[in-house]
Design a protein around this ligand. Structure first.
Ligand code: GDP
Ligand code: ZN
Length: 448
């Protein structure tokens, strides 16, 4: 397919003036286009200094021309890269020239899509390119690079192989019905099923961590009005974005702030006070606050020494899917020391948003949560799409286990494993619909 593909072209560097700009061309006519521009056949993987001219022979710019013949190119097709001064006008003229010579402007993500279709990258790796480009922290960039290198895909493929082995093993037994029941009772089968389940749950938790590394940690700050939520957000963000006021119940809406803690991205959300209220606007704010809490990676429940026992009762039932940290604020008032302790109800940190005492304890707690307990060395990036697919795999695996153990139904179990296999294949793109591919690649930028 690669030989006959339409030739596409796009400016690969970011829009705007820059020292250098790169135009990329891929497809069947790329080599002919390069030959015309250079006036002779380019040597593969050599930097040719070239005078780029328009159809009338007028100079567009001088720059470098590089030719990557198929299949050893990013897309797996003939690729040409043209480097000029990074002037948007120059790059536009050159793009126009290349299109006169037979190329057409590329759609968003089309280069990566071709790389995927030509087997240069799997889907998770292609997504990692987009995530690398969009990364907002050093940790996110390193994690995306590991996924691009195939760290995540390798884990998925290993699990897929084990899953297929297991299915084949069960299907072989189904073909001999007289032995089936005996076979299904064998401990060997149970062991293999358990091994695959364990492997999956490890991968699922690492994938969740990969999403946190890529998207950042979602931290929701909740508590009674005047507990000091906005002050805490401001202290962490070290800038006055939230409006701090001594009047109770004024932070009715949600307020978001992205901050970086030693290379880790955190999205902080300040919520309206969680308390009973008859005010309609405030009730809406509280509804949204509870919603935020449900999807939080970390909930910071802010209180102070004076209201601690009372607030624990109020905050106790507030739902959170993630980790809860109890923040005992305003220690400057009680004159106590900052500290971190583990209590029956969870981790508690005593600090002062006003003086900043104890903030370092909170920062290091958040950092270790972002890293999933230990340092994020070796961690790969992932997307929510991957987590959802793995959760479906887990559900099919659980159903397969139930079919085997409770029902001795080998046929049903094999069917569940087939579903699991298909859902797992969606991660790397082995089994994926055109709709899914379209949705993924259209979110890329043009020129990628
Ligand atoms: P929120 O309603 O929970 O967002 O609370 P605010 O951040 O708006 O703070 C309410 C009041 O408590 C303000 O007057 C703050 O200055 C004060 N406050 C917040 N944190 C501290 C603290 O650590 N120490 C003292 N003394 N006052 C604080
Ligand atoms: Zn507030």
């Amino acid at each position: 397919m690669s030989k006959n593909a339409e030739t596409i072209a796009a400016i690969a560097t970011a829009p705007g003036a820059a020292g250098i700009g790169v135009l990329r061309v891929s497809g069947a006519d790329a080599t002919a286009i390069a030959t015309t521009l250079l006036g002779r056949t380019p040597q593969p993987r050599h930097a040719h200094y070239c005078a780029f001219r328009d159809a009338a022979g007028d100079l567009i710019d001088r720059g470098l021309l590089l030719h990557f013949p198929l299949p050893n190119s990013f897309t797996g097709e003939d690729v040409v890269e043209l480097q000029t001064h990074g002037a948007p006008v120059v790059l536009d003229l050159l793009l126009r020239r290349v299109c006169e010579l037979g190329a057409r402007p590329a759609r968003a993500g089309e280069f990566s899509e071709r790389a995927f279709l030509n087997g240069k990258l799997d889907l998770a790796q292609a997504e990692a390119i987009a995530d690398l480009i969009a990364s907002q922290s050093e940790t996110a960039a390193r994690a995306a690079l590991r996924s691009l290198d195939g760290a995540f895909s390798a884990r998925v493929r290993k699990l897929l192989r084990n899953l297929i082995d297991l299915r084949v093993y069960i299907e072989a037994a189904i073909d001999f019905p007289e032995d089936e029941i005996d076979f299904l009772a064998e401990p060997e089968l149970r062991n293999r099923l358990d091994a695959v389940s364990d492997e999956l749950s490890t991968l699922l938790s690492e994938t969740r961590r990969g999403v946190r590394l890529a998207d950042g940690l979602h931290v929701v700050i909740a508590g009674r009005p005047n507990a000091g939520k906005s002050s805490l957000l401001n202290a962490l963000a070290a800038q006055d974005r939230a409006i701090v006021t001594p009047v109770a119940g004024t932070t009715r809406d949600l307020l978001r702030e992205n901050i970086q803690l030693d290379g880790v991205l955190l999205t902080l959300v300040d919520t309206a006070g969680l308390r009973d209220s008859t005010d309609v606007v405030e009730r809406e704010g509280m509804r949204r606050a509870r919603q935020e809490l449900e999807r939080a990676d970390v909930a910071l429940l802010v209180t102070d020494a004076e209201h601690l026992s009372e607030d624990l009762k109020l905050l106790g039932p507030a739902q959170s899917g993630g980790t809860r940290l109890l923040i005992c604020n305003k220690i400057d008032l009680s004159g106590t020391e900052p500290q971190r302790r583990e209590e029956a109800s969870g981790i508690r940190i005593d600090l002062s948003a006003r003086t900043g005492a104890g903030l370092d304890l909170l920062r290091s707690e958040l950092k270790s949560l972002a890293h999933g307990g230990d340092a994020a060395t070796g961690a790969f990036s992932a997307r929510t799409r991957h987590v959802l697919a793995l959760e479906r795999v887990a559900a099919h695996l659980a159903a397969a286990e139930f079919a085997l153990v409770a029902q001795q139904a080998g046929e049903l179990a094999a069917e569940e494993l087939r579903h699991a296999q298909r859902d797992l294949g969606e991660l790397t793109g082995e089994f994926s619909s055109d709709d899914l591919l379209g949705a993924i690649f259209s979110n890329f930028c043009i020129g990628k």
